[in-house]
Design a protein around this ligand. Structure first.
Ligand code: CP
Length: 338
């Protein structure tokens, strides 16, 4: 794909070469994300960061990524602080805000709304999550993390990957995008573990099968996670249910802890989660007793979000090859934290 000036709305836009390009640029962002170097390549540029649903990682890491490239961030959070609350359409909002920004990231509770917004925008728009539809930057950072974790284990290839996805696969937009992304690779085994009512949409299962992948579906976690490289847990997407009481029916159905991990998983199985993990007693999908497990990759995964989102900005705004030219070493104290 041509990155320069493009919207990033769906994983379906990418081919395997595009993914390699994103990952190659993300790798080059490490000294900046790790506070060893500073670049001003986007000095003067403005990101409109518009989040109409709660977010910690996506909102802050997109903002952080833009700041680390030298740009400025303007935030809108929640409908109540936007004129959308007064009845303004997405079309008008997009026409106006794209005059104030060089690029826009948007999260919205309605599937397809970010694409509708992008159609009226005069600048590139990135999908920070639209309803239960897609979360493309999350899928990119997830696959980037999988690749890094496997490289750490001495494996260089994503082809032949075995991954279990656990939890709310019906409403979980991260797993929807990740499945679409895995369709670009070969001979992947995808184990889909969910309550019957929260299964992966059939269209996505069909896409995996069309790609030649092995798909197994189960409503039991133990046993189904015994032969996978990656155990990818997800939260019950309470905000998509008619009521919290309906979500309560499924909360806590799948709980991965150290004792289950030791009993059922292979010794190197990498544990992932897009976060937030629901740590309330009634849910507790990834127990805190996994926090010292070296294969728990959830915080490395969140750190990688900055690298991948820097790469998306650098490519979309066409400065990927200028980042190092506008750089210097940092001159403040930086603790080693990466
Ligand atoms: N993974 C993710 O989308 O997290 P946030 O909801 O905190 O952005």
């Amino acid at each position: 794909m041509k990155f320069s000036g493009s919207h990033i709305l769906s994983i379906s836009q990418f081919d395997r070469n595009d993914i390699e390009r994103v990952f190659e640029v993300a790798d080059r962002m490490v000294p900046y994300a790790h506070r060893e170097r500073v670049t001003k390549v986007l000095d003067g540029a403005i990101l409109g960061n518009m989040f109409f649903e709660p977010s910690t990682r996506t909102r802050v890491s997109f903002g952080c990524a833009f700041n680390l490239l030298g740009g400025e961030v303007r935030e809108t959070t929640g409908f109540e602080t936007s004129a959308i609350a007064k009845g303004e359409s997405l079309y008008d909002t997009a026409r106006v805000l794209s005059g104030y920004s060089d690029v826009i990231v948007m999260r919205h509770p309605v599937s397809g709304s970010v694409a509708e917004f992008a159609a009226a925008s005069r600048v590139p728009v990135m999908n920070g999550g639209d309803g239960s539809n897609e979360h493309p930057s999350q899928a990119l950072l997830d696959l980037y993390t999988i690749r890094k974790e496997l490289q750490h284990q001495g494996r260089s290839d994503l082809d032949g990957l075995r991954i279990a996805m656990i939890g709310d696969l019906k409403y979980g937009r991260t797993v929807h995008s990740l499945c679409k992304l895995l369709c670009l690779y070969k001979n992947v085994t995808v184990v889909l573990i969910s309550p019957n009512e929260l299964k992966m949409p059939e269209a996505i299962v069909e896409q995996l099968r069309q790609a030649g992948h092995t798909v197994q579906e189960s409503d039991v976690m133990e046993g189904s996670i015994s032969k996978v490289d990656i155990a990818y847990s997800t939260r019950i997407q309470e905000e998509r249910f008619a009521s919290p009481a309906e979500a309560d029916l499924y909360r806590g159905r799948y709980r991965l802890n150290q004792s289950i991990y030791t009993r059922y998983c292979e010794p190197n199985t990498v544990i992932m989660h897009p976060l937030p993990r629901d740590s309330r007693t009634e849910a507790n999908e990834l127990d805190n007793d996994l926090n010292d497990n070296p294969n728990l990759a959830i915080f490395r995964q969140a750190d990688n979000g900055v690298l991948v989102r820097m790469a998306l900005f650098a490519l979309t705004l066409d400065v990927a090859d200028q980042v190092d030219k506008a750089a210097r070493d940092v001159n403040w104290y930086t603790e080693r934290r990466f």
